[in-house]
Design a protein around this ligand. Structure first.
Ligand code: HSE
Length: 400
């Protein structure tokens, strides 16, 4: 029997306890032995919940109990999670976490601590909720040079954009529903400003590069400036708006960013809707492959965490090598990134064409006090130079 301690009894923590309980037979079978939840750590009490019998408020009880083999960290945030996880690894306990903030900031270091102590640090649930993406990257797509990884990596914002687009609902009321469904972060700013997706693309990019891609180096824009008029323009083009986390890796250069994109319906990520996430990986031999599933929510995320518990059970006494060293990758300046850009301006068509040359105009019925157009493929730097003086209202990158 292996004993597990779950740190945090929030949405994901309670899901982990539920998945292990409901699927006890399949979990035990796949782990090769019984998986027992010995402790749950939380500051709160849960009267009436059976978890109360195994609830502890002091982390040292878990740390100092040699019978605890695996620690599940689902508290979120850096502190105290970082100290708890590091000390657990140093005590010879494997760790499974869903905490993308922790993994993005300290993943390489914690993997080293796990190696030094011959245990494992697993984080499947930190990206894409229930979608297997970490294990495929480190175990399956190993014969390829990965040239691009682009994903809809945040369920909350995808849910908001989908509902705004399909049902014409306003931003605030859709965000409230996403929070009620347990998709959103404690502070939803992390979702809507793109910070959550930024951590996730940093983790994926680090695994692809085998080195540290710092999330602080990733240009990040959220969805708070997207209006219903932008959505109408996208629809007029037969497109939709999605928040992408994307990294392209070519000629030793890594471009990485989180930003809204106008996406054609033909794009493989164009039909990824609601809380679903999709992650497109391009390899030099494989071509394109796509991972799709529920990117947030209690049970999908808990399912991924428990899959790590099972992997930790299988690799007891053996460190599973994950290539992610602490030395840093230099992320290239996003101003050199090239794509077609959609722009709304208060300027004449003559002025637009004088600055940009050939453009494609987009019209929405009833809108007469601005002009919208899509540029040819252009670098951000060049776009910024050309747009100066054209009274820009907003611009969105496109996948066209
Ligand atoms: N708030 C996150 C999301 C949860 O909406 O995707 C899963 O990481």
């Amino acid at each position: 029997m292996l004993n597990v301690a779950v740190l945090g009894y929030g949405t994901v923590g309670s899901g982990v306890v539920e998945v292990i309980k409901k699927n006890q037979d399949i979990v035990n079978k796949n782990a090769g032995q019984e998986i027992n939840v010995k402790y749950v750590l939380d500051l709160r009490d849960f009267p009436g919940d059976p978890v109360q019998e195994i609830l502890v408020h002091d982390y040292n009880i878990i740390l100092e109990d040699p019978s605890v083999d695996i620690v599940v960290e689902v508290m979120g945030g850096i502190n105290p999670a970082y100290g708890f996880v590091k000390s657990a690894l140093e005590k010879g306990k494997s760790v499974a976490t869903s905490n993308k903030e922790l993994v993005a900031a300290h993943g390489a270091e914690l993997l080293q601590v796990a190696r030094d102590n011959n245990v494992n640090f697993f984080f499947e649930a930190s990206v894409g909720g229930g979608i297997p993406i970490i294990r495929p990257l480190i175990e399956a797509l190993t014969a390829d040079e990965i040239t691009e990884i682009t994903g809809i990596l945040n369920g909350t914002t995808n849910y908001i954009l989908t509902k705004m687009s399909d049902e014409g609902l306003d931003f605030d009321s859709v965000l409230k529903v996403a929070q009620e469904k347990g998709y959103a972060e404690r502070n939803p700013e992390a979702d809507v400003e793109g910070y959550d997706a930024c951590r996730k693309i940093a983790i994926l990019s680090s695994l692809v590069c085998g080195k540290q891609v710092d999330y602080q180096d990733i240009h990040t824009e959220g969805i708070t400036k997207i209006t219903d008029l932008d959505i109408k323009y996208a629809k007029a083009m037969g497109c939709t708006i999605k928040l992408f986390g994307t990294s392209t890796i070519a000629d030793e250069k890594v471009y990485s960013m989180v930003a809204p994109f106008i996406v054609t319906k033909e794009h493989v990520l164009g039909n990824v809707s609601d809380v679903f996430n999709g992650i497109l990986v391009k390899g030099n031999m494989l071509g394109e492959t796509m991972f799709y599933g529920k990117g947030a929510g209690k049970l999908p995320t808990a399912s991924a965490v428990v899959s790590d518990v099972i992997d930790a059970a299988k690799f007891m006494g053996q460190n599973k090598k994950i290539n992610w060293e602490q030395n840093k990758v230099t992320v290239s300046d996003v101003l050199d990134y090239e794509c077609k850009i959609f722009a709304r301006v208060k300027a004449t068509k003559e002025a637009i064409e004088k600055a940009f040359g050939n453009v494609t105009y987009v019209e929405v019925e009833g809108v007469t006090d601005e002009v919208a157009f899509v540029t040819e493929k252009i670098s951000e730097r060049s776009f910024e130079e050309k747009i100066a003086g054209l009274d820009l209202i907003y611009r969105i990158r496109t996948t066209m």
